[in-house]
Design a protein around this ligand. Structure first.
Ligand code: FES
Length: 130
């Protein structure tokens, strides 16, 4: 979006603040779905930031607000970065690896929205939440 006026700038600021709020807190913190993204140096180098942005963008597109996106350090699967762990209350956490931007968007549309695990990218499915 090109900024051509103060009004454009204000709109962009509001949209960005809404995304930051979504990323940091979700709509109500208790009982929220949590998406953890491994952003240690290796995760960043492998495209973790792009995966995180894709998740945040897809959540906004789908109008999903009960998800908290959390940046974390190494999740222990450095060979499969970027890694993303999805914690849905009452369900086993799922850890995904090799999360490209396309996979990140599928995590939102299929796993979080559709309650369907993306089998091709699962690293671990039954473990204690980190
Ligand atoms: S991501 Fe760098 S040590 Fe695991």
């Amino acid at each position: 979006m090109a900024i051509k006026s103060l009004e454009d700038l204000k709109k962009m600021r509001e949209a960005t603040l809404a995304k930051v709020q979504l990323r940091e807190a979700g709509q109500n913190v208790d009982g929220n779905i949590e998406v953890m993204i491994g952003l240690a140096t290796c995760g960043i180098a492998a495209g973790g930031r792009e995966a995180m942005q894709a998740i945040i963008d897809q959540l906004a597109q789908e109008n999903i607000t009960d998800v908290r996106v959390v940046r974390v350090g190494c999740l222990g699967y450095c060979h499969s970065e970027p890694t993303v762990q999805v914690n849905i209350p009452g369900e086993e956490p799922v850890l995904y690896g090799n999360v490209t931007e396309a996979v990140a968007r599928e995590i939102v549309t299929k796993h979080i929205k559709g309650k369907e695990t993306l089998n091709d990218n699962v690293l671990m499915q039954t473990f204690t939440k980190a």
